[in-house]
Design a protein around this ligand. Structure first.
Ligand code: CFM
Length: 574
């Protein structure tokens, strides 16, 4: 079956095989679904990168790994700030499921407060859905304030709030005045975008408007930076911080891993913004540059080689011999310590195949860790990233803004009349550029992936099963929603969102953890003993009926299910 966006079957054997795999993966779909999925499942060509149908709506009925807009705002970007009171305005489930499940760890200093162990919610009930929830929200803010006396309170709207029209922003303004602390709200209703990505953008806007720039106290360290888009999952930010400290670089704020309200308020005082997760925070980097004159570039501290590259780029930016020498010294030390582990693991893992389907940045970043140990990425995709994360930022001007994206506010930012201060002169920028240095950069995932590897956006369960069958990866990196489906098929699955119980995996120290863990996962004998249920029992068969009302006579008879019931089979075997 032919699909639209992939190159024709005229290339090498490899190209034909890759295209065949995609066709096989998609052929079970009805025609309309197939057309849409064909734009999201492609054969890669780093020289001639095809366009990916990313950031589009998931087809109803397809089992996606995506989350909601509320999750992206409250859970991902702003939720990790530990001394803000985060109040979810909505039914209790939304608050409960965004409560510490992401493993964004914090270690507040002596005397600092940490509210992250609490799940605060207005616990919206039928009464509020019918008569409005603003009164209950006000009471919740007052109650939370009376008990905790926090510096700031942040309110998050869930789906019903948008549907009934509670004005969370005017409640926030009123309570801000009344309590004399910073209170702000987010219209991050779950349905607002096609995925959690919309929530990132909404959160960036709010953090920028209500927090960044509130405290101008400068940091007197010689080299100051922020790390944007690093959330300290499993302790990654701590490893990055320790390494940078060793080099003599001070991290003023990490947005938003193990970070306090005050640190975010001072984040605009740094000399440089580095961006780890481009997807979740590129908006912030852009806005801070426009308002305060802070340049930014992309870094990656996942993988030993990429960590070394990122450190060297930061050193180059500061144009200091002392810093460059120190960075080289640290890289040499860390690489030497890592080498025996890396070599031993490489000897066992070289040539093994991995597929990664994670979020909006890790499916790319973690390819570097695997290539450190000689493993090959055969397929990768994001859940909710945009075309620029796949194809590189150069496609930004060509991205069509659809109705779903138009839903999200684009804030107009101008240079601050008193506080804008370009960190580099135009001459300095020009001389850096002449040496091949790039700012505001991200080449995306596909430029780095090999030709004829598969790129699959918002992959479905069905497609993952087909990929396992046809591509035979040795390990898959994915999330909790499909981890156990994959493992039941006898393939180890490394959960790359919360890391299960593992991590940190960032920088050289984290890389050692990761290599060893992957080695153990690949070489444990346990996978051989996994016999999936469908190998023992025949599966229930079903087929699509294009228009069942008209063609009742053609509809597949429901006997198999009935027959199974009568035979006393339980649902576990299905
Ligand atoms: Fe950025 Fe993230 Fe990710 Fe992300 Fe996420 Fe996450 Fe992720 Mo889960 S901010 S895009 S919305 S790196 S929670 S820390 S692991 S999907 S790849």
């Amino acid at each position: 079956m032919a699909t639209e966006n992939t190159p024709p079957n005229t290339g090498s054997d490899e190209a034909v095989a890759a295209k065949g795999m995609i066709d096989e993966m998609l052929k079970a779909y009805p025609a309309k679904t197939l057309r849409k999925r064909a734009k999201q499942a492609l054969v890669n060509d780093p020289e001639k990168i095809p366009e990916v149908g990313a950031n589009s709506r998931t087809i109803p009925g397809i089992i996606t790994q995506r989350g909601c807009t509320y999750a992206g705002c409250r859970g991902v970007v702003i939720g990790p700030i530990y001394d803000i009171l985060h109040i979810t305005h909505g039914p209790i489930g939304c608050g409960f499921y965004s409560w510490l499940s992401r493993r964004n760890l914090v270690r507040p200093a002596e005397g600092e407060t940490n509210y992250l162990q609490y799940a605060m919610s207005t616990d919206m009930m039928e009464e509020q859905i019918i008569f409005g929830g603003e009164k209950k929200l006000k009471a919740a803010i007052q109650e939370a304030y009376d008990i905790f006396k926090p510096k700031a309170i942040s309110i998050y709207s869930t789906c019903p709030v948008g549907l009934i029209g509670d004005d969370v922003h005017s409640v926030a303004r009123e309570m801000k005045e009344k309590l004399g602390i910073n209170v702000f709200a987010f219209s991050c209703e779950g349905y607002k975008g096609v995925s959690q990505s919309a929530g990132h953008h909404i959160a960036n806007n709010g953090v920028f408007k209500h927090m960044v720039g509130r405290d101008d106290t400068p940091d007197d360290a010689e080299f100051t930076i922020n790390i944007l888009g690093e959330y300290n999952i499993g302790g990654d930010a701590w490893e990055i911080d320790t390494l940078l400290q060793k080099c003599g670089i001070k991290v003023v704020a990490t947005l938003s891993g193990d970070v306090s309200y005050d640190q975010v308020c001072r984040a605009h005082t740094v000399q440089l913004n580095t961006v780890m997760c481009h997807r979740s925070i590129n908006y912030m980097a852009e806005m801070m540059e426009k308002k305060f004159g802070i340049p930014w570039f992309k870094v990656n501290f996942i993988g030993a080689d990429s960590t070394a590259k990122s450190l060297r780029k930061i050193a180059k930016y500061f144009e200091s011999k002392k810093l460059t020498d120190r960075v080289e010294e640290v890289i040499a030390q860390e690489m030497a310590a890592l080498r025996p582990i890396r070599d031993a693991v490489t000897a066992r893992c070289k040539g093994k195949k991995v597929a990664l389907f994670v979020g909006g940045s890790r499916a790319h970043h973690y390819q570097d860790l695997f290539s450190d140990i000689g493993m090959e990425t055969i397929a990768a995709g994001y859940e909710f990233a945009h075309r620029d994360d796949y194809e590189g930022r150069r496609v930004l001007p060509t991205i069509k803004v659809d109705a779903d994206s138009r839903n999200i506010e684009e804030i107009v930012v101008e240079a601050d009349p008193t506080r804008y201060q370009a960190r580099k002169t135009p001459e300095q920028i020009a001389s850096l550029a002449a040496g091949g240095f790039s700012f505001k950069d991200y080449n995306g995932m596909m430029a780095q992936m090999k030709k004829n590897t598969l790129v699959i956006d918002d992959i479905s369960h069905h497609e993952i099963e087909k990929l396992i069958e046809l591509g035979k990866p040795d390990i898959i990196c994915s999330g909790i929603k499909d981890k156990f489906v994959i493992e039941k098929m006898g393939i180890p699955c490394k959960q790359l969102h919360s890391y299960d119980y593992g991590g940190p995996y960032a920088v050289f120290t984290g890389a050692a953890n990761f290599y060893q863990e992957i080695d153990r996962m690949l070489h444990t004998k346990v996978w051989k003993f996994v016999v999936p249920p469908w190998m023992k029992e025949p599966q229930l068969q079903a087929s699509f009926v294009s228009n069942p009302r008209k063609k009742t006579g053609d509809r597949p008879a429901p006997e198999p299910l009935l027959a199974r019931k009568l035979a006393g089979k339980n649902s576990e075997t299905e």
